[in-house]
Design a protein around this ligand. Sequence first.
Ligand code: THU
Length: 134
Amino acid sequence: MDDKDLLEAAIAVRKYAYCPYSHFPVGAALLCDDGTVYCGVNVENAVNGLSLCAEQVALFTAISAGKRKFVKMAVVCASDYCRPCGACRQVLYEHAPELVIIMGSPTGKLIKRSIRDLLPDSFSLPRAMTTDNI
Ligand code: THU
């Protein structure tokens, strides 16, 4: 799937965002290595701090379907070249350190960056400290 098609998927899903507090809908579309695509939108909550970003909803939906390898993600919001927030960068890096981020606009313009470029000197635990090895 090319970048434009993935961005179109993010644009299409964005209308389902639940954002009555920010009025700032975001759409995300994640391409897995097997060619499948999982989409997400931001889902807000009356309790501060419980809102989820579109990127995390897309990633967690894919993980919940058993997917573990990810190629690229398109993100779109109201402004040009929608930038994933810092928290999303950390969450995405954990699961896909080679991920490419397509930052789009509602009109289909886009720029691309690697997650490594967006989150330099990122945090991760040494392998020996993860629960896999306990
Ligand atoms: N939001 C996302 O969905 N992704 C981001 O990377 C940045 C922000 C959402 C969270 C909240 O629902 C709204 O945009 C305004 O911050």
